[in-house]
Unconditional design. Structure first.
Length: 137
């Protein structure tokens, strides 16, 4: 796979990570659909779930993944690649965490909604873009 194609995949992944924050992550008993953004400190007390920092980190991670992919498309640099890698791993770990929280009985989660899957797909696309090796000189 060409490196430019890989960075475009990463760009799409970053957009999906960013968009997923505002899509439903969980269906909660007595509340209905809860988005990632609903789980931030700004929604404290509105839903019977603990506040989470993950959506705010994902917001930053999504923006940084998008910006680094744009920079890499323009002029590849190893430092930018490392920055993207760091935030891609953060996004992937957060995606896994979203699915682990589903099994916490105290949270009253009935089901994981499509926003969590969008987050997971975005993180996977960004990870794939990092796996493309540099061409040998």
């Amino acid at each position: 796979m060409d490196r430019k194609v890989a960075w475009i995949l990463g760009l799409i992944g970053g957009v999906l990570v960013l968009a997923s924050i505002f899509l439903p992550w969980y269906k909660v008993t007595g509340v209905g659909d809860v988005t990632g953004w609903d789980l931030t400190k700004t929604a404290k007390g509105l839903i019977p779930m603990p506040e989470m920092v993950a959506p705010e980190l994902l917001l930053g991670a999504g923006i940084i993944i998008i910006l680094t992919c744009l920079v890499l498309l323009w002029k590849p640099q190893e430092v930018v690649e490392a920055l993207m890698g760091t935030f891609t791993v953060l996004a992937a770990a957060s995606a896994v965490g979203v699915f682990i929280l589903e099994n916490a009985p105290v949270l009253h989660i009935q089901d994981v909604c499509y926003g969590a899957y969008v987050l997971l797909i975005g993180a996977i696309l960004a990870l794939i873009s990092l796996l493309v090796k540099k061409p040998e000189k």
